[in-house]
Design a binder for this molecule. Structure first.
Ligand code: AMP
Length: 424
């Protein structure tokens, strides 16, 4: 299959060629013809599948043909993404793919000054990539008008709900005209995603490239049981022993990410943390340093890591298991991409056995367990009683993303801890 068979025009084909893409990825081969037919699409695809081109290319094609009279301040295509990093990345793709077309575009997200964004929007842009909070702020300040939107994309919708953006999304939806083409991309399909899809999409066609909630076959997964107090030591041991580079390490909290980063630095391992309390500049720099191999380890929280696009990332380590099993699938999806073998390790202490059970149930497989000599667990250490966590609430809490049955009385504690996750 080649891009030329998909119904795309020369300026777009040339831009694709400039990117070095030779053939469409499976999500592109499925999505592009459907979008060109004008269909609403519900797509199951993770980052790394080429989904961005899957929606951007056909939208550009349709925009070329529907040459509407441009109205000042009015946006024709709106792409909503959950995180700043993803917004920036998607916008860069829009710029790359539309380089031979006359369209204007902009990206807006929080954490940076609003005035330059307002200035950019002053004369309107054809294509806008945005995170929901800043978009609503700008609408509130009359800086843009969505009443002319012809194409609406909700990217990584599951993550949007995880981050508590459902109310913001609903507000945005109310401002869009009913006569538009909508595309919803999500890595997983929970009940709440289906509900959102029902409210947004008009007789959508469902396409899926990765099997739902299963982890890629090219990822070798392993669990190392270890005492909580020795995780840092074990991590340093593994990184040094095997001389790993480009290691993405996940922690559950921002504070945990900072502490671990400091520890790695003390141990002589170049590391940086990436989470929601870091400025946009610091996040961008950390990511660039990591991509350029200037730092060995990037320590990230789930939400901050979302949308990170690094090809062939060799190692993903769960320093702590996520308390939401779907996050495990997202995390390890950073490795083993595009057919490359990746390694995903989880350091699991006695407090996390239940999380591990939930994950194995979700991915429908037992993860290989291996004890590292010298780091055997101390059988006298008992699980810590679960504490209620308070404060640091996410916007409206998580959506009902998990849908996993709970087997024991850990339920109320776990749900509390879910809802207490801040916007990492
Ligand atoms: P995405 O899933 O949209 O974040 O894309 C993941 C990566 O794949 C990005 O670096 C894209 O530039 C790249 N990509 C997208 N489509 C193709 C293609 N057809 N061939 C090769 N690489 C691609």
């Amino acid at each position: 299959m080649s891009f030329t068979n998909l119904g795309l025009s020369k300026p777009i084909l040339k831009a694709i060629e400039d990117q070095g893409y030779t053939s469409p990825s499976p999500i592109q081969a499925q999505a592009i013809p459907l979008v060109l037919e004008g269909k609403d699409v519900l797509a199951g695809a993770q980052t790394g599948t080429g989904k961005t081109a899957g929606f951007t290319l056909p939208i550009l094609e349709l925009m070329m043909h529907k040459s509407l009279k441009r109205q000042k301040l009015k946006t024709r295509a709106l792409i909503l993404t959950p995180t700043r990093e993803l917004a920036a990345q998607v916008h860069q793709n829009v710029v790359d793919y539309s380089k031979y077309l006359p369209f204007t575009s902009a990206v807006i997200f929080g954490g940076v000054g609003i005035n330059p964004q307002k200035a950019k929007l002053k004369n309107g842009v054809d294509i806008l990539v945005a995170t929901p909070g800043r978009l609503l702020d700008l609408i509130g300040q009359d800086a843009l008008d969505l009443s002319n939107v012809e194409f609406f994309v909700l990217d990584e919708a599951d993550r949007m709900l995880d981050m508590g953006f459902i109310h913001d999304i609903k507000k945005v939806l109310k401002m869009l005209p009913s006569d538009k083409q909508s595309l919803l991309f999500s890595a997983t399909f929970s009940t709440s995603i289906k509900k959102l899809a029902d409210s947004l999409l008009d007789s959508p066609t469902l396409i899926e490239v990765a099997k739902r909630n299963t982890s890629a076959q090219t990822i070798s997964q392993k669990v190392h049981f270890v005492d909580k107090g020795r995780k840092k030591e074990l991590l340093v041991h593994l990184i040094k022993r095997d001389n790993w580079h480009q290691v993405l390490v996940f922690t559950r909290t921002k504070h945990g990410a900072n502490k671990l980063t400091q520890h790695l630095e003390i141990e002589g391992i170049k590391a940086a943390a990436i989470h929601g309390n870091k400025s946009q500049g610091a996040r961008t720099k950390a990511l660039a340093d990591f991509k350029a191999n200037a730092i060995q380890v990037l320590v990230a929280t789930d939400i901050a890591a979302r949308g990170i696009d690094i090809d062939q990332l060799p190692h993903v380590i769960n320093f702590e298991l996520p308390n939401v099993p779907e996050d495990y699938v997202h995390r390890i999806g950073r490795t083993g991409r595009a057919g490359n073998e990746g390694v995903a390790l989880s350091l699991v202490c006695v407090d996390e056995h239940e999380f591990l059970n939930d994950i194995e149930k979700l991915i429908k497989k037992d993860i290989e367990k291996e004890e590292i000599p010298g780091y055997e667990v101390d059988p006298t250490i008992k699980p810590e009683p679960k504490k209620k966590q308070g404060g640091n609430r996410g916007r409206g809490g998580r959506g009902n993303g998990g849908g996993q049955g709970r087997r024991n009385n850990g339920q109320s504690t776990r749900n509390n801890s879910r809802n207490s996750r801040g916007r990492a």
